[in-house]
Design a protein around this ligand. Structure first.
Ligand SMILES: C[S@@+](CC[C@H](N)C(=O)[O-])C[C@H]1O[C@@H](n2cnc3c(N)ncnc32)[C@H](O)[C@@H]1O
Length: 247
């Protein structure tokens, strides 16, 4: 499916999110807080749009995805970025090989997302970060109703006009509705072995950015994750520390 949507993937994203993806991506990069010379895994990187800010900042970013169609479009656009074919549930990297890992709008698409969280833990160095951007559940009921209407009615209709594969966007709407909410995802992260799990809602919870740390690194300020997510002041952004027990 991703092979089919690859050629117009980025344009369609911008249209369907009404330009919001750029703001969401900025929050992710700020939460990663990585420096030139560090090595970053951008998993489910698709055409590499989520990898570009790291490459532009002199960070050694590896864009990994299992869709050869997406990787080809990405490599044509950004030949300077390392695109590697790999399955999120069986990553082709050694243990502890990245300073930080990230996945934007991809975890929901992975067949076994919990396995992907474990794999990202394995390949990240102790003390290294994980940042996830994913569609989530709007927190205010009226906003949730309006958004659900948009997802289930307007989005497929717009996709017919702008995408080469409108069915893919019906799948998109359904997969967003079926995806666990912010607290559930935070609990999955803890179950997978991540610690200091925090998240922040963007656009009223349409998107949530989760941040976590791999145990075993140098002692860190427990409030650092919250601070990194709070740096960016969006209009409806809300920061929460997950207190739900791991299941
Ligand atoms: C919506 S795109 C996101 C691309 C990019 N991260 C972005 O922010 O634009 C989701 C990507 O997840 C990839 N994907 C889904 N399951 C995967 C898996 N098991 N392993 C690797 N990539 C996967 C798809 O091929 C697709 O490129």
């Amino acid at each position: 499916m991703f092979d089919d949507v690859a050629p117009k993937y980025d344009v369609v994203n911008d249209v369907l999110s009404m330009g919001q993806t750029r703001r969401w991506r900025k929050v992710v990069v700020e939460a990663m807080d990585v420096k030139a010379g560090q090595r970053v895994l951008d998993l489910a990187a698709g055409t590499g749009t989520s990898s570009e800010p790291y490459a532009d900042a002199g960070i050694d970013v590896i864009a990994c995805d299992f869709s050869l169609g997406m990787l080809k479009v990405g490599k044509r656009r950004r030949p300077d970025i390392d695109f590697i074919a790999g399955d999120a549930t069986r990553l082709p990297f050694a243990d502890n090989s990245f300073d930080a890992s990230t996945i934007s709008f991809g975890l929901r698409n992975v067949n076994e997302p919990k396995k992907a969280l474990e794999e990202m833990l394995r390949v990240t160095k102790p003390g290294g970060k994980l940042v996830i951007a994913e569609f989530s559940q709007p927190v205010v009921p009226l906003w949730r109703t309006m958004y659900t209407e948009y997802l289930m009615r307007a989005l497929p209709a717009i996709a017919v006009k702008v995408s080469s594969n409108p069915d893919a966007y019906v799948y998109l709407a359904e997969s967003i509705r079926a995806w666990p909410d912010q607290d559930h995802l935070a609990a999955w992260l803890k179950d997978a072995g991540w610690e200091s799990v925090t998240y922040r809602n963007l656009s009223g919870g349409i998107v949530a950015v989760h941040r976590a740390v791999k145990p075993g690194g140098p002692a860190t300020d427990p409030a650092a994750g919250a601070k990194a997510l709070a740096n960016h002041t969006g209009p409806v952004a809300k920061l929460r520390r997950n207190t739900r027990p791991a299941r």
